[in-house]
Design a protein around this ligand. Structure first.
Ligand code: GLV
Ligand code: MN
Ligand code: MN
Length: 423
C-alpha cells in the first residue's frame, strides 16, 4: 500500500467546496436545507455536476435522477468501482451529512490525477438522488432505484397533500417509468465494490478518540403510522372519567415507543417524530389522532420482538382510554452487513495512513444499504462533533475530513486491485 501515503488532500480546496455548496440552500428554513425535489436542491446539483466535470469526470444524469461521474480506468471491460453519497439534506439540516462522501470523492479524483495514478477499473462517483427520508417515508430514492428496490407501489404513494411520488419525480423533470427502468441498466454495467465515506452522525468516535469508524452493519428501519379513533366531545362538559380521548392514547403511545427504545440491548432506538389530532379545536376532546414513529436496530431479533411488544402495548394503553387503534407498519430498509473483504481493506488502509480505527455499527441509513444488493460494500466514518447530526450544528473538523479522504483514497486504490468477484 505504498502509494497511499503520497495522497494528501488539499484541505483548503475541500474547505472551499464545502463553503460553496453550503451557500446553495433554502433561505427560508434554518440551517443548510436542500430537501429532495426542492429548487435549492435542483440548483445545488447543477453546481455538483460542474464540480464533478472540473475534477475530470465524465458526468451524466441517469434515468433515476442520480448524477454519475465516470473516471475511466485502464480496462473498460472490468467491473467498475463505485463510490458516492448524497447532497440533499433534511429540513434544517447540516453541511456534512452525505456531502463529505461526494466532495471527498471528488478530492480523491483530483489527487489521483495530480499524482498520475490511473485505476485499472472505471471509478463511478455518484451523487445519489434524495437520500434523506421524505414525505413518503422512503429514504435513498436514487440508490434504491438503482438496486431495483423502488417499486410502482412506492411511486403511487401520496403525501399529506395528496401528491404522488410519481408526480414529484415529474415535477423534477424525471420520467417515473425511466426511474423504474434505471435498475436493469445499472446492474448490467458490472460492479466490483462500493465504498462510501460519511460522517458518523453519532458520538462514539469522538468519545473514544478514534479517527475512523469502519462500519460493520447498517440498522434496519421499521416505520409506524398509528391511527387512534376515540370520541369527540365537549371539552367543557364531558367528565374526565368518561372520555375517549384519541390524543391522550397517542401520547401514551409516544411514551411506549420511547420505553421500547430505552430497553435495547445493542444499538436500538425508537423515535416518535410527529403527532396530529382532530378536530384540533380548544374546546373539543380530540376524537382522532395519528402518530408517526420509527424503530431501528442492527439486531433483527430485538427489533422484531420490540415491534411485537410495542404493538401490544399501544393497543392496551389505547383500550384503557376507550380508544381503538389501527397500526400500519412499513420497512424503510432491512439490516445490511458490510462485506468482510471491503471492511478488511478499509482497516488496512487506515493502518497504512497511520490513523486509529474501530469497527462501528451505523444507526443512520445510507445509500450503501441499497448498493449492497449489487456488490460488496463498506463504509468509512469520520467523527461528528458532539455526535450532532440532522441539525444546523452538525460539524466535522476539516482535519478529520482530510484523514477520511486519505483513508478513502487508500481504500479505493486497494479495492481497485482486488480480483473480480466470482461470477
Ligand atoms: C438518514 O440520514 C437516516 O438515517 O434516516
Ligand atoms: Mn447521509
Ligand atoms: Mn441524513
Amino acid at each position: 500500500m505504498a502509494d497511499f501515503a503520497v495522497l494528501d488532500p488539499v484541505t483548503e480546496r475541500v474547505r472551499q467546496d464545502f463553503a460553496a455548496l453550503a451557500e446553495i440552500r433554502d433561505p427560508d428554513t434554518d440551517g443548510w436545507t436542500r430537501t429532495v425535489f426542492s429548487e435549492p436542491y435542483r440548483a445545488s446539483r447543477d453546481w455538483v455536476r460542474r464540480r464533478m466535470a472540473d475534477a475530470g469526470l465524465t458526468v451524466h444524469a441517469d434515468g433515476a435522477g442520480n448524477l454519475v461521474g465516470v473516471l475511466p480506468g485502464r480496462d473498460p471491460a472490468a467491473p467498475a468501482l463505485v463510490t458516492g453519497s448524497h447532497t440533499d439534506t433534511v429540513a434544517a439540516g447540516g453541511r456534512f451529512d452525505g456531502v463529505v462522501g461526494v466532495l471527498g470523492s471528488l478530492e480523491v479524483v483530483r489527487q489521483l490525477a495530480e499524482h498520475d495514478l490511473r485505476l485499472d477499473r472505471d471509478l463511478l462517483v455518484i451523487d445519489f438522488l434524495g437520500e434523506e427520508s421524505n414525505d413518503y417515508g422512503l429514504s435513498c430514492l436514487g440508490s434504491r432505484s438503482l438496486a431495483g428496490e423502488l417499486t410502482a407501489e412506492h411511486l403511487d404513494r401520496r403525501d399529506l397533500h395528496g401528491v404522488s411520488l410519481a408526480e414529484r419525480y415529474r415535477g423534477f423533470g424525471l420520467d417515473p417509468s425511466e426511474v423504474l427502468a434505471s435498475a436493469g441498466r445499472f446492474a448490467r454495467r458490472g460492479l466490483h465494490r462500493y465504498v462510501e465515506l460519511h460522517i458518523e452522525q453519532g458520538p462514539v468516535l469522538e468519545d473514544r478518540g478514534v479517527s475512523i469508524g469502519v462500519v460493520t452493519a447498517i440498522a434496519a428501519i421499521r416505520r409506524l403510522v398509528a391511527s387512534f379513533a376515540g370520541r369527540p366531545d365537549h371539552a367543557g362538559t364531558r367528565p374526565m372519567g368518561d372520555r375517549a380521548d384519541a390524543l391522550v392514547a397517542a401520547a401514551e403511545a409516544v411514551l411506549a415507543v420511547r420505553q421500547e427504545g430505552c430497553g435495547a440491548p445493542v444499538h436500538g432506538v425508537a423515535t416518535t417524530s410527529r403527532i396530529e389530532s382532530e378536530p384540533g379545536s380548544p374546546n373539543v376532546v380530540p376524537g382522532l389522532a395519528r402518530m408517526y414513529a420509527e424503530m431501528r436496530s442492527v439486531d433483527d431479533g430485538w427489533l422484531t420482538e420490540a415491534q411485537r411488544r410495542l404493538a401490544a402495548e399501544i393497543g392496551h394503553r389505547a383500550a384503557d382510554h376507550g380508544v381503538t387503534v389501527d397500526l400500519t407498519w412499513s420497512s424503510d430498509n432491512e439490516r445490511v452487513s458490510a462485506s468482510p473483504d471491503v471492511h478488511e481493506v478499509i482497516g488496512r488502509a487506515a493502518d497504512a495512513v497511520g490513523v486509529s480505527w474501530e469497527p462501528v455499527p451505523s444507526g443512520a441509513t445510507h445509500d450503501a444499504v441499497h448498493l449492497a444488493r449489487l456488490c460488496p460494500m463498506g463504509m468509512i466514518f469520520v467523527p461528528s462533533r458532539g455526535g450532532r447530526s440532522h441539525c444546523p450544528d452538525e460539524w466535522t473538523d476539516p482535519a478529520d475530513i482530510a484523514i477520511g479522504i486519505r483513508v478513502h483514497a487508500a481504500t479505493l486504490l486497494e479495492l481497485d486491485r482486488l480480483p473480480d468477484r466470482a461470477a
